[in-house]
Design a protein around this ligand. Structure first.
Ligand SMILES: C[S@@+](CC[C@H](N)C(=O)[O-])C[C@H]1O[C@@H](n2cnc3c(N)ncnc32)[C@H](O)[C@@H]1O
Length: 202
């Protein structure tokens, strides 16, 4: 066609930008901070619910490395299939096990994990089960779009005796870098979600 092109290996950012989309994905700023809050580290064992489009799954599977393990739940089969395809395309399938399960109704069926991350509408319904799944010292982190959900979730953290309970939101503002005219961009994504976390300490 008369155009030149360059071929590069896809980065994590490229993989996330090119996902097959199902449910709304978590943004990069929130995905990495959730992983930080949940203590995700190389070789770690992580539980995630729901899998959605698998964006957070790909970040978590990257961070735990080849020796780590991510168990990812979703109650909807079609979303699990899309997330599985996205994770396979990212070359991370060997680190992730997908399970179809309603974790609010049936709970989490793995134990002794270091981190649990919940991105689903009713995280408070899963907090007790997440606590059971965690090792002592392990972290639970949640992602919710509204204050109401955040408040109910944090109240449940406290009532179940979690330590180090925190809540936050991250705002990311791009800058227009001009020659002597550097300033914030006029437009920004004003709201994504609220993050909460707590630690199981026996
Ligand atoms: C917003 S999406 C998650 C997006 C995902 N974190 C990503 O970055 O691609 C929420 C997902 O939670 C799932 N879900 C909702 N309630 C659930 C439950 N009780 N148990 C398991 N999955 C649930 C939904 O089917 C949906 O796929």
């Amino acid at each position: 066609m008369g155009h030149r092109y360059r071929l590069v290996r896809p980065s994590l950012a490229d993989l996330l930008a090119g996902l097959e989309r199902g449910p709304q994905i978590v943004t990069a700023k929130d995905a990495f901070h959730l992983a930080y809050l949940a203590g995700v580290a190389p070789g770690g064992s992580v539980v995630e619910a729901g899998a959605g489009s698998g964006a957070l799954t790909i970040v978590l599977a990257t961070l735990v490395g080849a020796a780590g393990r991510v168990t990812s739940y979703d109650r909807r089969g079609e979303f699990l299939d899309a997330a599985r395809r996205n994770v396979e395309r990212a070359g991370l399938a060997g680190r992730v096990e997908f399970r179809r399960r309603d974790v609010a109704q049936e709970g989490i069926d793995v134990a002794n994990v270091a981190s649990v991350i919940l991105d689903l509408p009713e995280p408070w319904a899963v907090v007790a089960s997440a606590r059971e799944a965690l090792v002592s010292g392990g972290y639970l982190a949640t992602y919710t779009p509204t204050y109401n959900q955040l408040e109910r979730t944090v109240r449940t953290f406290r009532s179940l005796g979690f330590d180090e309970v925190r809540a936050s939101e991250l705002l990311e503002r791009s800058l227009h870098v001009g020659d002597g005219g550097t300033r914030p961009e006029f437009e920004m994504l004003g709201h994504t979600g609220f993050l909460a976390s707590g630690r199981r300490v026996d």
